[in-house]
Design a protein around this ligand. Structure first.
Ligand code: PLP
Length: 368
């Protein structure tokens, strides 16, 4: 049989894509350095170090036998819980397989060949990947002093611009754009251009500092779309639940293109329980705030500057090739994130439990 030539069949937008680089999984790290998996801590994917909300875990156990069922397509109970917990109209909510799943459906609904999407050059990598996959054009906006430059993004708008991507708080910097900056920006975005506001880390922002695009939506701005996640503060990264908030008409279109059953029965039930687990939410916040204080203090003691973080991770300049530091830490059983093209001497570390944070600091000291 002749061997099929695959690449001519693949869409040009997909052919040019680089694979997504996740935080190194523990199993892979164990194979790489030949240590047992139990000896690793993973501070590379901004997961919740407290694990899963106990109320969610209990709900999963109770309802696991329902895994044979298809879920309701638009998860009305989960959307109602999201509405009640976050103060948005459930009709403006679309759920998905993580915020990633919602991002995919959003871009699929809005981006066609040649459409321009403006993306900061230092932000979550998935926006550019999906846009390119849809044959859209990624227009890169340089960050300034490690902050998303909203003026620069506005200056790059052309008649072909469809979307501006703003991650707030931003990954990997941890930086936050404040209400005044965002409102002034939203007021200047021309009609017909959407603003995608990725707020998956917003729960960790310093008290009072965060302003959600959902407020602009509530006031009638239909050109804002907000992304949120159950993966971070709610501890459900492995169950894959996220949601978007936007104009109900747009939500309707996104629902037409998203995979209809991409939030499973069990995941939706877990997400509802996690959203209502206010005790777990508060414990995670407290742990993260204390962990950030500890890490920034210790990093300063070691002579490093870490950026003020409004997330559950810290970005720090270690003043040498970050990939070498990554490898040295891996041999110590500590997995962190490194290798940012624009920041070759920076590492990103998820805030862990106090024991994990200490282990990271001591391992870093030994590596230097
Ligand atoms: C900025 C940002 N947006 C979206 C996501 C995806 O979140 P989810 O796990 O809900 O797909 C992540 C995951 O780390 C992220 O950092």
């Amino acid at each position: 049989m002749p061997k099929l030539r695959v690449s001519p069949l693949v869409q040009p937008g997909v052919r040019g894509l680089e694979p997504y680089v996740p935080g190194t999984p523990i199993e892979e790290a164990a194979r790489t350095v030949g240590l047992p998996p139990e000896s690793f801590i993973k501070l590379a994917s901004n997961e919740n170090p407290l694990g899963m909300s106990p109320r969610a875990a209990e709900a999963v156990h109770r309802h696991l036998a329902r895994a044979y069922q298809y879920p309701e397509v638009d998860c009305p109970d989960l959307r109602r819980t999201i509405g009640r917990r976050t103060g948005v109209d459930p009709d403006s909510v679309v759920v998905g397989n993580g915020a990633d799943g919602v991002l995919y459906a959003f871009f699929m609904a809005l981006v066609g060949e040649g459409d321009e999407v403006i993306v900061p050059d230092l932000t979550f990598s998935l926006y550019a990947t999906v846009v390119r996959g849809m044959r859209g054009v990624v227009v890169t906006s340089p960050v300034r002093d490690l902050r998303i430059d909203l003026d620069d993004m506005l200056a790059r708008i052309t008649p072909r611009t469809r979307i501006l991507c703003v991650c707030n708080p931003n990954n990997p910097t941890g930086d936050l754009l404040c209400r005044d900056e965002l409102e002034a920006f939203l007021n200047r975005v021309p009609e017909g251009v959407m603003v995608a506001l990725d707020e998956v880390y917003c729960d960790f922002a310093e008290p009072g500092a965060f302003w959600s695009g959902a407020e602009a939506l509530a006031r009638g701005s239909s050109n804002v779309f907000v992304f949120r996640s159950c993966s971070k503060i709610y501890g459900l990264a492995g169950l894959r639940v996220g949601w978007g908030v936007g104009d109900p008409e747009l939500v309707g279109y996104i629902n037409r293109i998203r995979p209809p059953f991409d939030v499973s029965v069990v995941a939706a039930i877990a997400a509802e329980a996690a959203l209502d687990d206010t005790g777990f939410y508060a414990r995670t916040l407290e742990l993260t705030a204390a962990g950030k204080r500890y890490l920034s203090g210790e990093l300063e003691r070691l002579g490093f500057r870490s950026l003020r973080s409004h997330t559950n991770f810290v970005l720090v300049d270690v003043g040498r090739d970050s990939r070498e530091v990554y490898s040295a830490l891996l041999r110590e059983g500590v997995i962190i994130r490194a290798g940012y093209r624009l920041l070759p001497t920076y590492i990103r570390v998820t805030v862990g439990t106090p024991e994990q944070n200490e282990r990271f600091v001591h391992a870093l000291e030994r590596c230097l």
